[in-house]
Structures are given as C-alpha cells and as structure tokens.
Design a protein around this ligand. Structure first.
Ligand SMILES: NC(=O)c1ccc[n+]([C@@H]2O[C@H](COP(=O)([O-])OP(=O)(O)OC[C@H]3O[C@@H](n4cnc5c(N)ncnc54)[C@H](O)[C@@H]3O)[C@@H](O)[C@H]2O)c1
Length: 429
C-alpha cells in the first residue's frame, strides 16, 4: 500500500540550506507551520539564532515574527519532519558544467531523515530531469524507501530577486509540481498556504524544472542581444540608450538594457540547460552564443576605458583607476559570480592600478572570494579614470559632480549602467 501524504494541518517542515532562497522561505513557513531550518554552515546558523541575516533579505522583525521557526546545524534534528524543502546552491564548475555536489549532499541528508509518507521538495535551479534522475535515487538509497510508494517528491522553483523589495516570496506566483497527482496537489496546497500571489501547478516535475531554467535563459539571451547591439552601435558611433529609447516606443519592443550579466542565476543557469542539451546530443547555438557575448562585456568595458584614457594622453599602464561597485547588482551585498572582476582583471592586464570601492560588500568576502582589498574611502582627486560599475544608490546620490571629484580634472568617467546624465560622462554601454 502506498504511504498516505502528510496532513497539512499538523506538518513539520524542514528547509535545507538557509541562504538567499532558503531563509525567506523558512521564515515564511515559520509563520504558519512548525519549521526547522537546517544549514551546514555553523556561522550562518549562529547569526540566525541572533535574528541577524547578513544577506539582508530577511529583517530582524521578519525573523522574530517567524515564531514557529527553529534553526539547526545538526542533521539529527531533522528526524520527524514530514516535508523537506531543499534550497542549496547549484553552481557550475570551472568548465562551466553543473556542480551537483551540494544537491547530492542535501539529498543524502534528506534520505537519512525522511520517513514513510515524507515529501522532498526541491527549489534549487536545475536542468529538467535532475530531481528524479539525481536526487530521488540518492534518497531511495539512503532511506531504503521506495519512491512514489513510501515517499514522494516535488519541485517548486524559486523566483526571488535579491535586493528587490517589491517582488517578495509571498507576492510572486509559485510554480509547483509533484511526483504523483496526489503529491502535486499536496505540494500545491503547501505553497498555497504561504503564497498570497497564488500558485501554478505544472503537469510534472520536469516541466517545472524546465520552466525555471528557461526564465533565466530567456533573460540571458535577451540581454546578450542588447549587448551585441551596443557593441555594434559603439562602432557606428550611435548611442545605444537613445536607440533603445526610440525603439521602446513600439508596443512590443522588450525593455532590456546592455550590461554585465553576473550573479549566480542568470549567468549560471543557462549552463544547466546547455549541459542537458549536449548530453542528449543537441548543441545549443543561441544560448551559448549569448553566454559568450555576456561574458565578454567586462573586458569590453576595460578596453573602452583604456581607449578613452589614450585620447586624453593618459597611459593605461601605471594609471590609477577607481571601480565603483563590486556586487553583481545594485543595492545588494551579493558578490557571487560578479562580472565586475572581468573589468578589474582586464585593466590590470594593462598594468593599471585598480582600486575597488563598494559600501555594500563585506571586505572579508571580497578578499576571500576574489583576493581584492576593497578601498573603504576613495581619496578625491586621485584617479585617472573612474568606472561606475554598479548603480548602488550611494553612487547615484553622489551624482555626477561627486563622482567626478574622485578623479583629477582630466580623468575619464565611464558609466557602465548609464545612470548618470549622459553629457557629464565620457562613455557608457
Ligand atoms: N538567490 C537567488 O536570487 C535565487 C533565485 C532563484 C533561485 N535560486 C536558486 O536557489 C538555490 C539556492 O540559492 P541561494 O542563492 O539561496 O544560495 P546561497 O548560497 O545563498 O545559500 C545556500 C545555503 O545552503 C547551504 N548549504 C550548502 N550545502 C548544503 C547542504 N548540503 N546541506 C545544508 N545546507 C547546505 C549553504 O551553507 C548556504 O547557507 C540555487 O539553486 C539558486 O540557483 C536563487
């Protein structure tokens, strides 16, 4: 006989991996259900016990309001939970292949804790098939239970956007799915209990997995097209933003902007899809071309700055360049897969001396992840070029005059994000 699904009125939810995705989720579940957040990082669990979230996604008040949330770094505490929601990272390795080790290790943890009738729901971004081909067999092996008889699976991708105060977990429609029709109903009702915006029940786990990975792939390819246009228009001496402004007056022109594509989602997830495509013998041309263009934008910015300096008789070799912003996007401290490092590396390859300032980023993390010593307070008047790489609100508020003062009178100002008035800058994407 197949095991009955848990009764929603008395479930205990476990959230495995308390990062940008897992913590807001655990805090939200913790308002409605008994919830146990588990993370292997002891420091992270310790800070959460003090109601502090260094990712700034969840406030102290929100953590305190999650009255039924507890956190632990001890996997033994997971015994007795009915639903296990996995929100661990899904990065790529140095060859840009999916690195499934965190997911595999979390599946081992789930397999050792899950009992009959338990449900394992995955939220991490993966390629279609990963949940049932990779995670479920590990859970079966570790638990000795049979899939879809003793335990069930689900997949419900996360769509939150770090630093975005408007699109929050509860206000974004959540795609749900399950390994049997009954499991799919259960997963859908589970999320329906916490998501105000409603849910969309996909027909299968693979459909839900594919839906998530194409959301980010679509963005990546669209931005790549605009980046390619900006490379063309630069050569033609046309201002890309003016072109986009004009074209944007058509009702169905999509409002994408040129820029660096960093972070651990948009620049990473397409490789999960291309990996799976190649595994089944299909070479994805468009998606990989987009990746190549987007990954080249950092060095393009550095070369443009070096040329602008050359026009002012400033040699790139030995020049002092200030890069404003290291985070992968504005108003957030996240430096994972930031492509600002490509600007820095290319400038350094010209022997420029590069300082990096970012008031949002933790200096230890910048040192640990990229070997960069952040400059806490750049000295005004010191620089031959200033590159506004990330549009943090502090930089926008500093305004064109404040930013210009950081360089000497002849310094180049390059506005990657084009947030400063065009007349006051020397270049931008
Ligand atoms: N951050 C986003 O905006 C976002 C949005 C949508 C989807 N996603 C996806 O969600 C997933 C998680 O991303 P994130 O940004 O929250 O990652 P993160 O790095 O912020 O957090 C992951 C957490 O998992 C913990 N962890 C790692 N391995 C573990 C294990 N075996 N057991 C328990 N804990 C473990 C880490 O210590 C960390 O605290 C990824 O697949 C990502 O692609 C992220």
């Amino acid at each position: 006989m197949t095991a009955p699904l848990p009764d929603l009125s008395s479930i205990r939810v476990a959230v495995i991996g308390l990062g940008y995705v897992g913590l807001p989720l655990a805090a939200t579940f913790g308002k409605h259900f008994d919830t146990l957040g588990f993370d292997i990082n002891q420091r992270r669990v310790a800070e959460l016990r003090e109601h502090h979230d260094h990712t700034l996604e969840t406030s102290r008040e929100e953590l305190q309001a999650a009255a039924r949330l507890q956190v632990t770094d001890n996997p033994a505490d997971l015994a007795g939970c009915d639903v296990f929601i996995v929100t661990v990272p899904t990065p790529i390795d140095e060859y840009k292949r999916p690195d499934l080790r965190p997911l595999e290790s979390a599946s081992i943890t789930v397999g050792r804790a899950i009992g009959r009738g338990g449900v394992a729901v995955f939220e991490s971004t993966v390629y279609p098939g990963a949940t049932e081909e990779v995670c479920v067999p590990i859970i079966e092996r570790e638990s000795g239970l049979h899939f879809n008889q003793d335990f069930y699976a689900g997949y419900s991708p996360e769509r939150i956007n770090p630093g975005d105060r408007e699109h929050r977990l509860e206000t974004i429609v959540k795609v749900t799915s399950g390994s049997t029709p009954e499991a799919a109903d259960f997963v859908d009702r589970l999320y329906g209990a916490i998501i105000h915006a409603g849910t969309h029940k996909a027909s299968s786990i693979r459909v839900a997995e594919a839906a998530k990975v194409i959301e980010n792939t679509q963005r990546d390819v669209n931005i790549a097209l605009i980046n390619e246009l900006s490379l063309i228009f630069h050569r033609l001496g046309i201002d890309t933003h003016e072109v986009l402004e004009a074209a944007g007056t058509k009702w169905n022109f999509l409002p994408f902007k040129p820029g660096l594509v960093g972070g651990h989602c948009i620049g990473v997830d397409p490789y999960y899809l291309t990996h799976k495509a190649q595994q089944i013998g299909y070479h994805p041309d468009v998606i990989l071309a987009g990746r190549r263009i987007n990954d080249g934008m950092g060095s393009h910015v550095a070369r443009r700055v070096a040329k602008l300096m050359g026009k002012r008789n400033l040699a790139a070799a030995g020049a002092r360049v200030l890069v404003l912003g290291l985070a992968f996007k504005e108003n957030c401290p996240d430096v994972r897969n930031t492509r600002v490092v490509d600007i820095i590396a290319e400038l350094r390859s010209f022997n420029a001396k590069v300082d990096v300032h970012d008031p949002w980023v933790n200096a230890d993390e910048a040192r640990h992840e990229y070997g960069l010593e952040l400059v806490a307070q750049p000295q005004p008047g010191d620089y031959d070029a200033v590159i506004l790489a990330v549009a943090h609100r502090e930089f926008v508020e500093l305004g064109i005059d404040g930013i210009r003062k950081l360089g000497h009178d002849n310094a180049v100002l390059f506005d990657v994000k084009r947030v400063l008035p065009r007349q006051g800058v020397d270049g931008g994407l």
